[in-house]
Design a protein around this ligand. Structure first.
Ligand code: HAM
Length: 439
């Protein structure tokens, strides 16, 4: 028994009814849909994150998207731009105000302490891939909803973890084939020695306040360190001449930083020391760092030590270090570097039906394939043999399984080799085992 198969020709598909009409809504400003084509990149990044995390012993963590706003005011910090200008807030029925998390770190620290993990896993090593929200003016590489992948090592001040976090992040960039990623590194000292440095910085900027931008004047009063993070052109010459943290930090911070560098050297991790790197969130102390990729004009990721964050939020003393990378920025960099990703074709067969009886039988058969763990595609919405074959062709499957009324009646199915065109009739009962054998 054979069915003559029409050659699959390219044909302009008829548009479904009403396809010219649009829904009068769009995704909110600065927030994007993640479409199937994006997941070629997202899945690659997630796979890399899981591989590297698994190897270095980081466990996955997820916290609520909404948290008490005070967690970020105390944690991320009242003088940070993120808290001052970029939080989406939600008023609750009582007096409470929740905020859509603008970053993951304070929530992860809260969860670690709240669930007593502090006494169970020590240091706590966590990773995440989660959406965060910042009310920013959307622009190139800057969105209102974006995803971060990140690592946090909680309850350790050992410099080996500063180096491990940097090393593990570079492994992720490598896994997704990003080339020429550089890490810029600095130390901003501890609570004690930073005060002396900040005093020097204030003295330096005192007679320049009429020449720097308005934000820097505000930073001078609130958090002078952040003046070194200013991106305004007019402030750059002053940044370049400003006193450097490395000249003012205490011996203990110097030793810590030296050890970080030694661990990085030992692991042959290249880095650049950038004495003006300070980072934009309030909680950092000692090591800070950022990642950049060739051809990309924004940071792929950044992080550092936050040895006082837990205490600032009202928790126990708990030194820690972490980093986060922007997933959209990584994808942008992968595209700019022309990194081509191919999806692995894991489906080798396509189930085709003709007629109502065959459709019912095909539906049952698909379940048999599912139970046997044999992936098979279908397109039940298409009725004609031609259009189903065209799809099978497009999916580049090895086999088409064809079920017509007659096959249903005779309890057989046609197995067509899409490459050679050879066709065999197989008893319906044996097709699952037969296909399993051949793919
Ligand atoms: P962050 O530097 O604010 O650090 O953000 C980390 C990364 O998120 C940035 O380097 C960038 O790739 C991405 N990112 C930031 N803002 C946007 C935006 N508006 N649109 C797209 N991507 C963006 C933190 O969030 C810290 N929690 C990192 C950390 C973890 N420090 C210690 N542990």
């Amino acid at each position: 028994m054979s069915i003559s198969i029409p050659r699959a020709k390219k044909k302009v598909e008829k548009k479904p009814a009403g396809s010219g009409k649009k829904i009068p809504f769009q995704s909110p400003k600065g927030m994007h849909d993640r479409l199937p084509a994006d997941f070629i990149y997202i899945d690659k990044i997630e796979k890399a994150l899981k591989k590297v995390s698994g190897f270095y012993g980081f466990d996955r963590i997820e916290t609520p998207v909404l948290e008490d706003i005070k967690l970020f005011e105390r944690g991320t910090g009242l003088t940070s731009e993120v808290v001052q200008k970029q939080m989406f807030t939600v008023k609750t029925k009582g007096d409470g105000v929740l905020a859509l998390r603008p970053e993951m770190t304070p929530g992860v620290v809260r969860a670690y302490v709240e669930h007593g993990l502090l006494h169970v896993v020590n240091p706590g090593k966590f990773f995440y891939m989660s959406p965060v929200f910042r009310y920013e003016q959307p622009q190139h590489g800057r969105f209102r909803q974006f995803y971060q992948i990140g690592f946090e090592v909680l309850n350790s001040d050992d410099p080996v973890y500063d180096a491990q976090i940097i090393n593990a992040s570079l492994k992720i960039f490598d896994e997704v084939r990003l080339k020429n990623v550089t890490v810029k590194l600095n130390t901003i000292g501890c609570k004690t020695c930073r005060a002396g440095y900040v005093k020097k910085l204030k003295e330096y900027y005192k007679n320049k306040l009429g020449l720097v931008c308005r934000d820097c004047v505000k930073r001078y009063a609130e958090n002078p360190l952040r003046m070194l993070d200013c991106k305004q052109d007019k402030c750059q010459p002053f940044k370049a001449e400003a006193p450097q943290t490395l000249d003012f930090i205490c011996n203990s911070c110097k030793t810590h930083f030296k050890s970080v560098l030694e661990f990085l050297d030992g692991a042959q991790v290249p880095y650049m020391i950038d004495p003006t790197l300070v980072r934009g969130l309030d909680y950092y102390a000692r090591t800070v760092f950022e990642f950049f990729a060739e051809g990309v004009d924004f940071a792929l990721g950044g992080g550092g030590r936050y040895d006082y964050l837990s205490e600032t939020m009202g928790g126990p003393k708990m030194p820690a270090i972490g980093l986060a990378c922007g997933v959209e920025r990584m994808i942008e960099a992968m595209k700019l570097q022309n990194i081509e990703l191919t999806t692995k074709q894991n489906c080798k067969a396509f189930l085709i039906y003709m007629g109502d009886q065959a459709k019912k039988q095909a539906m049952m058969l698909l379940d048999e394939f599912y139970k046997a763990g044999v992936p098979v595609r279908e397109s039940f919405a298409k009725e004609s043999l031609k259009s189903q074959l065209r799809l099978a062709d497009k999916e580049q499957v090895h086999f088409a399984l064809i079920l017509g009324q007659r096959e249903v009646f005779e309890e057989v199915i046609l197995l067509r080799d899409m490459k050679t065109g050879a066709q065999e009739t197989i008893p319906l009962k044996k097709i699952v085992a037969e296909l399993k054998k051949r793919i």
